[in-house]
Design a binder for this molecule. Sequence first.
Ligand SMILES: NC(=O)c1ccc[n+]([C@@H]2O[C@H](COP(=O)([O-])OP(=O)(O)OC[C@H]3O[C@@H](n4cnc5c(N)ncnc54)[C@H](O)[C@@H]3O)[C@@H](O)[C@H]2O)c1
Ligand SMILES: O=C(O)[C@H](O)COP(=O)(O)O
Length: 409
Amino acid sequence: MSKTSLDKSKIRFLLLENIHPSAEALIRAAGYSQIETLPRALQGDELKAKLADVHFLGIRSQTRLTADVLAAAPKLVAAGCFCIGTNQVDLATARERGVPVFNAPYSNTRSVAELVLAEAILLLRGIPAKNALVHRGGWMKSAAQSHEIRGKTLGIVGYGSIGTQLSVLAESLGMHVAFYDVVTKLPLGNARQVYALPDLLAQSDIVSLHVPENESTRWMIGPAELAAMKDGGILINASRGTVVDINALTAELKSGRLWGAAIDVFPVEPGSNNEEFQSPLRGLDNVILTPHIGGSTMEAQANIGVEVAEKLVKYSDNGTTTSSVNFPEVALPAHPGRHRLLHVHHNVPGVLSAINQVFAEQHVNIASQYLQTKDGVGYVVMDVDTASSDAAREALAKVPGTIRSRMLL
Ligand SMILES: NC(=O)c1ccc[n+]([C@@H]2O[C@H](COP(=O)([O-])OP(=O)(O)OC[C@H]3O[C@@H](n4cnc5c(N)ncnc54)[C@H](O)[C@@H]3O)[C@@H](O)[C@H]2O)c1
Ligand SMILES: O=C(O)[C@H](O)COP(=O)(O)O
């Protein structure tokens, strides 16, 4: 087994936000013992203080890794988002600091798609309002405004991993599926792409949002888009809270023009289960409110724990960055009997020759070399026959353009 330049017993992992125990189990099995877990998100100064000595960090969707926070984490080697979304991390700053960020791009897609479909059925039957009424002692046995899902049109905004999975499941129930995406996508089954958002909104009985949080999606569903939806339409948002103007949605629901909504994500969400949730949507019987649990199933969380922990351990043990969301991707073989230099640098001319020069001066033979670059950052990995001396390591760290370097012994 490879060793890191820092002894494994000294490498510290911090896992926040109630990450599934499968992650800790995998990291321990890989020989790491310093693993702290917390059930909640940390922010700002509290997060910075914690990160001062941390080498590997695991978060979910609530912990904000801003440039400011990253600057307070000098030892951070890599970060794992134990979820799909990575909008909570300043990915460019992380890259410029030599910190690869990993996520689990597919592990909870099915969980989200199942929840959305269930909500669509419940809303078409008016169940949230009927359920609330019956709990209050009321009784409304009526078929009025209660509909089957079969034959209805589902409009999917964002036809990626979740959108396509939902598309297939919805068609299996007899729905018609239309979708809007900024990229031209191969429609699955009988789904069809609609090239203008207002057209999709106007055609759909149910609109479900599955876009990432970015500049193009911020408040993309505002008053005009809600007005473009069918009378009696239903909106489902299990993407990110910043995609929908909640005040505008509240107005449409209160007026009765929209029939119902299911909202899982909010512009401001509590950082732990002990904080109060605030939203103008509270108290509306035709709205299903869920606490950002679209991906929260035992199946998904256990898989995510393993997937992201594996990526962190692999980067620590072997330097592989495959599937990193912000970093040059290099897939590396094992390096038995060899020593491995991992060097992250600004992608400027002369860095590779300077590294080669250091090894040449130390009479160290280079057995293999891997290089990849991304957005101004280069990542070179060299397997060498003999251990580099302290002097060589110092010289490597001083190569102009170096962001960070690490040696696996
Ligand atoms: N509620 C939850 O618990 C939960 C769970 C998982 C994911 N999510 C959220 O769902 C999002 C989508 O997940 P995914 O795995 O399907 O992502 P994905 O990257 O596979 O798909 C996103 C799709 O959105 C499209 N898109 C991007 N910008 C767009 C725009 N302005 N207009 C239209 N389409 C646009 C992309 O082209 C892509 O096809 C994630 O980014 C995450 O924020 C939420
Ligand atoms: O991006 C995601 O995968 C979801 O929003 C789930 O986030 P969570 O792990 O914080 O529940």
